[in-house]
Ligand binder design. Sequence first.
Ligand SMILES: C[S@@+](CC[C@H](N)C(=O)[O-])C[C@H]1O[C@@H](n2cnc3c(N)ncnc32)[C@H](O)[C@@H]1O
Length: 348
Amino acid sequence: MYRYIGNKKKLLPYIMASTQEMIGKTGTVVDLMAGTGLVAAEYRKMGYAVIASDMMTYSKWHLITQIMMDREPTFDKLKISSCYDNKYLSVLDYLNNLEPIEGYFFREFSPAGTPANGVASRKYFSAENACKIDAIRQKINDWIASDSLSEKEEAVLKHSLIMAVNTVANISGTYGYYLSELKRNALDSISLLPVQFSAGNIQNNRVIQGFAEDIAKDITADLCYMDPPYIKRQYAANYHILETIARGDYPVAQGKSGLRDWWDQHSKFCTKTKGLQSFEKVVSEMNCRNFIISYSEDGLFPLETLVELLKKYGEVDVEFIDYSRFRSNQSKLPLKLNEYMIKLRKAD
Ligand SMILES: C[S@@+](CC[C@H](N)C(=O)[O-])C[C@H]1O[C@@H](n2cnc3c(N)ncnc32)[C@H](O)[C@@H]1O
C-alpha cells in the first residue's frame, strides 16, 4: 500500500504508449523523478534499459529493488540460523520475530512514548509496532556496521520495511501529521513480506540518487520521463518517516509532528521562483532528445508557460489524459481530466 502523492499508477498505459510512439520499443529511458518506482518498473517490464533517479533515499531503495534485481539476494555474508531452505525467507522471518525494543520510534512516534522535545506523544504507530520497527532498524544497522549486507540486500530489506510501515501507519495519506485516534490498520501487527521479483534484463539498468537538475548533465538516454512535483508540498516533509527508515538514522524529531530537518532535500520544482530554471536545466543539459513531462492544470506553472519554455528546445506536443481510452467498463478509477503530458522532441 503506497499512497504516494502523484504516483502514476493510473497513467502507466499512456506513458508507455507515448514512449513507444516517440522511440519505439527499445532503447534507454530515464525515469528522472521516480518516487515509488512504478514507472521505472513498468519500463523495465517493457524491455527498455532503465536509468531511474530521485532525490529521496527511500526512493533509491525502491528503485534498486525494482529495476536492479531479478531474483532474491543470497545474504551470503549474514550469519543467522535458517529456518527455511531459502535464506531470504529466513532473514525476513528472523526480523519479523525479533524481541521488540523501546527505542527511537517508540519514543518519538508512538502514543506510549515521551518525545525528546517535550510535546505530547505522537500517534504515527501503535506502541507495539513502533517497538518492532525499532528492533528491525537496529538489527539492519548492526548488519550494515558489521559489513554483513550487500547494497542490494540492504535495499530489499529497507524496501520491505517501508512497504510494511505504510500498511500500519496511522495517517491519512502522508506522514505530514498523524491521526488523533489509532485506526484499525494501525492496530495490525507489522510484518515484512517477501518481494516478488520479476525476471527480465537488468544488465544496463542504473539507479542514481540526486537532484534532477544536478545529475541531468551526466545522463545519456533516448527518452526522459519527468514527473516533477507540481504543487508546493515538499516530498521530504511529507514522507519524513520513510526517509528516516531509509537512512537508518535517529534525527531530532521537531515540533508537534516530529519532522526531521529536511532542508537538504527541499525541491526547487515546488517553488514558483526556481521551478522553471530547474525544468530548463534538466532539458538543456541532459544528453537526450525526447522528453515526456507529466504535469497538471492545477500545477504551479500554467501549461502555456511550460510550452513556451520547452519550445526553445524543439517540437512540443501536449496530450491531455483521457482516461476513457484505457478505461475498462468495470473501472472504478475516478475521471480526472486535468492531467497532461508534454512531449518534447529536441532539435539537433
Ligand atoms: C510526482 S512524484 C513522482 C511519482 C512517481 N512517478 C511514481 O509513480 O511514484 C515526484 C518525485 O519527484 C521527486 N523530486 C522532487 N524534486 C526533485 C528534484 N529536484 N530532483 C529529483 N527528484 C525530485 C520527489 O522526491 C518525488 O518522488
